[in-house]
Design a protein around this ligand. Structure first.
Ligand SMILES: Nc1ncnc2c1ncn2[C@@H]1O[C@H](COP(=O)(O)OP(=O)(O)OP(=O)(O)O)[C@@H](O)[C@H]1O
Ligand SMILES: Cc1ncc(CO)c(N)n1
Length: 272
């Protein structure tokens, strides 16, 4: 069985972070492992507290993983401080990690800031050059390209700037701001649009985490980047279209939409 590792923060409410990543990796057919950068206390309405792992403890987790079950792909999500980012880049280099998907998480869907300004420059210097692909949303792409993005032409320009600066592919997610669900992949000097069908679902907690983990799972299985992005878009569309509605704010998606029918009959029998 192919294996994937997520290096990210825990979301105790289960919709984003490590929890979303593990659900996504399992349902995309790979064995999932996790190295936790921080615990967050959050739910669908917001983040109330963050407790970071120490760099030493994160390093121990990565040593345990890489010296035993080697990951075929690695996804990196929330990493809020420079010392944690340096720990990750040192270990990825030490173990020659492959298929690295970096989701430059800066702000939660609920609006909470998840990274310090100093850490953004460490990400640029130490982690981005190791990435196979970066997956910024529009606000993140604006920070990284240092330009304003208000239409599709500007999305292409910003992705090109980021791709050239860091020598990796860039998937700029249209998300809600520009075109709803059309994402742009800029790779080796050319671009491709991945058009998604907009799903009218206000519950989008963890969409970024889920997309990047689905890309990592598909890279782990051996699909190339284009096929992995296409398959990840199909997966997230299915998870959103399942219209799960939990919590008081922007709720989580149904990561198990593909296998849910197996439980529907069983669950209704149990309720009777
Ligand atoms: N309503 C929607 N219908 C279909 N696809 C969507 C919808 N909203 C977002 N997506 C898709 O979900 C993926 C994640 O994009 P998004 O811009 O929401 O990420 P993000 O802002 O990084 O997420 P997060 O809030 O978790 O940080 C993209 O492929 C995007 O096109
Ligand atoms: C732990 C964690 N990572 C990422 C996000 C971004 O959605 C979040 N809300 N929480």
């Amino acid at each position: 069985m192919k294996t994937a590792l997520t290096i990210a923060g825990s979301d105790c409410s289960g919709g984003a972070g490590i929890q979303a990543d593990i659900k996504t990796m399992i349902t995309n057919g790979v064995y999932a492992m996790s190295a936790i950068t921080a615990l967050t206390a959050q739910n669908t309405t917001g983040v109330t507290a963050i407790m970071e792992s120490t760099p030493e403890f994160l390093g121990e987790q990565l040593e345990s993983i890489f010296t035993d079950i080697y990951p075929d792909a690695v996804k990196i999500g929330m990493v809020s401080s420079s010392s944690l980012i340096k720990t990750i880049s040192d270990k990825l280099k030490k173990y020659d990690a492959k298929n690295i998907v970096v989701d430059p998480v800066m702000v939660a869907t609920s609006g909470a800031k998840l990274i310090s300004d100093e850490a953004v420059s460490t990400l640029k210097e130490h982690l981005f050059p190791l990435a196979t692909v970066l997956t910024p949303n529009i606000p993140e792409a604006e920070v990284l390209s240092e330009m304003k993005i208000s239409n599709e032409e500007e999305m292409i320009k910003a992705a090109e700037i980021i791709s050239e600066k860091y020598g990796c592919a860039v998937l700029c997610k249209g998300g809600h701001q520009i075109n709803d669900a059309n994402d742009l992949l800029f790779k080796d000097g050319t671009y491709t649009w991945y058009n998604g069908k907009r799903i009218n679902n206000p519950n989008t907690h963890g969409t970024g985490c889920t997309l990047s983990s689905a890309i990592a799972a598909n890279l782990a299985k051996g699909f190339d980047l284009d096929a992995s992005v296409k398959r990840a878009k199909d997966y997230i569309s299915g998870a959103l279209a399942a219209m799960l509605d939990l919590g008081k704010g922007s709720g989580p998606m149904n990561h198990a939409f593909d296998i849910q029918s197996k439980f529907t009959k069983e669950n209704s029998e149990a309720e009777q």
